[in-house]
Design a binder for this molecule. Structure first.
Ligand SMILES: *Cc1c(COP(=O)(O)O)cnc(C)c1O
Length: 484
């Protein structure tokens, strides 16, 4: 099984090469060929522990990695990193099901993939015979950056440079990044929003692809580890009697770059009885409109919301879905070109029908996000973050007539303490760090250890660039023999 570019303009490559390179030379995303998504007998996987399950799925999707090898990498990647040994526990909050993905080292779901990606990348580079150093370039809407920095910190032969939108991340997210330690890490603010940062990173890739890779979900090595928790959640739902084996299980996914929800779709294509995938957006509701109408139109105001990791108007991974569902790379190339030049495109009716068969799109504003946090807290005694709340609101609108819905819980509420405190009606005039303590005192939900003492950590990164200067900046940093 080789990986193709979604735009059909560059040769197919091995799964190892796809991970090392991150993005295809023609600007497309590496994806298995349509019709080559491996099918598995999920019933045979039900009793596996998380690393064994992950190893089965990884070796099926990334054929350069044997199952034994995958298991060894998964175990090394997750060992001692998660505060919950189950990695992705399914939490039953009075009948509402939350798939908790935030027990990793940076308290966001990105950890599940980004703990593992460095291990996959090192091994993939050695399989490809690449001996040079790798520079990881990453644009972040807030959570990827920190998770990638932690994952790649002090990994020999790899350096990582993270770009974040200067005014687009929460104070906690910013503090997590600019205090990052490690001899091979760099963090730089971009004068713009996430789309500017992501577009800038893609432009650097086009201009100087040699020796660069990506830790964004445009890298297939980011996506594959996320397939695993859809399986584990399904099995947990069976084990706890929420569904019978074979019943469809729906998932509500707070969506930004469309990576997480695409992993859920892949799980379904691999044979898992996935019901509807509920694509939950905040006020940046480009995907909601797209799923309803087949028109993708980013010509709209960019909203800064309480769920900043989903403040995105160009959802990169949608390109993979369009390719896998249509099998038509020429179509995808022309749509992506139209998006770039005109800011919008429309898909054919038959393709829209296929999307609507599997996906439902819903959006909500900040007031509804806060109302969802308050509702879960008051009714269930369960504290959720702003992103999770967007998905919870979508799940409530969807209802349970079509079976239970698993809500993907993608961040700890402590990453967004101001919004969460105000949602549950605790006014306070403290800064975000004081609010973390206030939130813990009031709710008694324990503050994750990695966020404790954040305020006191020294700031190590102060660089800022304009989007137009990103290429120059990367060139200059790449030239330096050491960042330490
Ligand atoms: C990144 C992120 C999302 C969105 O995930 P995508 O894979 O980009 O769709 C949702 N919630 C949180 C907390 C995130 O960090």
């Amino acid at each position: 099984m080789l990986y193709q570019s979604t735009r059909g303009g560059s040769p197919a490559v091995s799964s190892a090469r796809a991970i090392v390179d991150g993005l295809a030379p023609d600007g497309g995303l590496y994806t298995m060929a349509p019709g080559e998504i491996p099918k598995l007998d999920w019933r045979a996987l039900m009793d596996l522990d998380y690393p064994s399950l992950a190893a089965k799925l990884l070796s099926a999707l990334l054929p350069d990695f044997g199952e034994g090898e995958a298991k060894e990498l998964v175990e090394a990647a997750y060992r001692g990193k998660f505060s919950d040994a189950r990695i992705a526990p399914l939490h039953d909050a009075g009948g509402e099901l939350f798939l908790e993905l935030f027990h990793g080292p940076t308290s966001a779901f990105k950890d599940v993939a980004l703990c593992l990606l460095p291990y996959l990348m090192k091994r993939a580079a050695s399989k490809c015979g690449d001996t040079g150093d790798i520079l990881i370039l990453t644009a972040t809407s807030g959570d990827t950056g920190k998770a990638a920095l932690e994952g790649f910190r002090d990994v020999p032969g790899i350096r990582i440079l993270v770009f974040y939108p200067r005014d687009g991340v929460s104070p906690v997210q910013k503090a997590q990044m600019v205090t990052q330690a490690g001899g091979n890490v760099k963090v730089c603010a971009v004068e713009g929003n996430f789309d500017d940062a992501q577009t800038g990173v893609k432009a650097v890739f086009s201009a100087m692809p040699e020796g660069l890779s990506s830790a964004n979900s445009i890298n297939i090595g980011r996506l594959v580890p996320q397939v695993v928790y859809y399986f584990s959640a399904y099995f947990d739902a069976v084990r706890t009697g929420k569904i019978r084996p074979g019943d469809a299980l729906n998932f509500a996914v707070p969506t930004g770059n469309f990576g997480d929800i695409l992993a859920g779709w892949l799980a379904g294509e691999m044979g898992l009885p996935v019901g509807k995938l509920i694509c939950a957006s905040n006020a940046n509701n480009v995907l909601t409109d797209f799923i309803k109408t087949g028109v993708y139109d980013r010509r709209r105001p960019f909203h800064k919301t309480l769920s900043p990791s989903m403040d995105i108007l160009i959802s990169s991974n949608l390109e993979r879905l369009l390719y896998l569902m249509s099998g038509d790379s020429a179509l995808v190339a022309s749509l992506m070109d139209k998006l770039r030049t005109e800011g919008h495109y429309q898909i054919p009716a038959a393709l829209l029908q296929k999307i609507q068969d599997r996906f439902v799109g819903t959006c909500c504003d900040d007031a509804q996000t806060k109302a969802a946090i308050a509702d879960v807290w008051e009714k269930r005694g369960y504290l959720c973050d702003t992103h999770t709340a967007v998905a919870r609101r979508a799940a409530s609108l969807f209802g349970t007539e079509n079976g239970p819905v698993v809500i993907l819980s993608t961040a700890s509420p402590y990453k967004f303490p101001a919004a969460v405190l105000s949602a549950i009606g605790v006014p306070c005039g403290l800064d975000e760090f004081g609010m973390m303590d206030a939130l813990e005192e009031y709710t008694k939900v324990p503050l994750p250890e990695n966020l404790r003492g954040l305020r006191e950590r020294p700031v190590r990164h102060r660089d800022t660039v304009a989007p137009a200067d990103m290429l120059e900046y990367v060139r200059a940093q790449k030239e330096k023999s050491t960042w330490a």
